[in-house]
Design a protein around this ligand. Structure first.
Ligand code: DP6
Length: 322
């Protein structure tokens, strides 16, 4: 039995987004989503049983925080797996430029893998993915390296991610840090509001079609096709938010300018496509071959914005157990 287990999980960016829940308690999604894990941003989490504390405790980057989701997650593990003593969780987010990209995906994937180690579970990746999903939907995909697909499934047992392609196909994501402020509308709230939009059913149907189109493009390593499909999927998700009840928008003026600049670069013959999650930061999809040229163009046009270069990242795993 181990005293302390440390696991690391990398964040992921969806090329086909998860943006709506069939079941908000279990995080069962309305659509299947597909992502690439990134090598630059990760969460490292250590867990240990602590008889000396009165409740489960989370220390994030050195400060104790009270996180309802983490408490609910540990409760879920106790109900699903076995009862266990209070846990001390020590978590560290590795984000190269300032803060702000620390994601619930890498956090819950790292916590799941660390807890599985501490509880000595012999779980398959699909089972870890299913558990991570209960913490945060997108965490189900961060169990895997490279490309992961989260099957929407029908219930708690059939909704989990699998590896779609465990290969680096030379896709680069340039992350433009527009703002590091905590988002005003969380993804959980944002997707709930978007689901109330009149155009939601159409978005779901389009997303299913886009998923079937992007799969062969990934296998064929066709970055242009991947970029076109992913950009359309992300922009339509954000368009949906603007027609939600009440409407909302994660875009700032700089976000818009970056998205437009990516389109301009593409029309000038570069591989540059934008994707965005529940916030104003823009991720530009390009190829490893063109990343320097594309980055140089963006830096010249947006001299005040910090950029990070990301490639495909590895799967979540235990780094230390003693
Ligand atoms: C826009 O996984 O953060 O990044 O399940 O409520 O924790 P919860 O939501 P979360 O949503 C991520 C939404 C997204 C798209 C995606 O990653 O697929």
């Amino acid at each position: 039995m181990y005293d302390r287990v440390t696991a690391r999980a990398y964040t992921n960016i969806a090329l086909i987004k998860y943006w709506g829940k069939e079941n908000p308690v279990l995080n069962l999604p309305t659509t299947t989503s597909l992502s690439m894990t990134l090598d630059a941003f990760y969460t490292e989490t250590s867990v240990s049983f602590d008889q000396g504390i009165l409740a489960d405790s989370l220390v994030l980057d050195g400060s104790e925080v009270d996180n309802r989701r983490v408490h609910t997650f540990l409760q879920m593990l106790r109900e699903n797996i076995a009862d266990f003593p209070h846990v001390l969780i020590e978590s560290h987010n590795q984000v190269p430029t300032a803060a702000g990209l620390a994601s619930s995906a890498s956090s819950f994937a790292a916590l799941t893998v660390a807890m599985a180690g501490l509880l000595e579970l012999t779980a398959m990746p699909e089972e870890l993915s299913r558990l991570a999903r209960c913490g945060s939907g997108s965490a189900s995909r961060s169990i895997y390296g490279n490309f992961a697909i989260w099957h929407k499934g029908e219930d708690d047992f059939s909704s989990y991610a699998e590896s779609f392609l465990d290969e680096d196909i030379g896709l680069t994501m340039l992350v433009a840090h527009v703002s590091e402020e905590t988002k005003k509308i969380s993804s959980t709230d944002g997707m709930q509001r978007a689901q109330a939009s009149a155009g939601y059913a159409r978005w779901v149907a389009e997303s299913e079609k886009a998923l079937e189109e992007i799969k062969p493009a990934i296998i064929a390593q066709d970055i242009e096709k991947i970029g076109l499909i992913a950009e359309e999927n992300a922009l339509s998700m954000h368009a949906l938010n603007r027609t939600a009840e009440p409407p909302f928008d994660y875009f700032t003026d700089t976000t818009r300018a970056l998205v437009d600049f990516a389109a301009d670069c593409y029309h000038k013959g570069f591989l540059a496509f934008a994707t965005l999650d529940a916030g104003p930061n823009v991720k530009i999809i390009t190829s490893r071959k063109e990343e320097e040229a594309v980055l140089a163009r963006f830096k010249a046009a947006f001299p005040d914005i910090p950029f990070d270069i990301c490639h495909a990242g590895p799967r979540a795993e235990v780094r230390d157990a003693h």
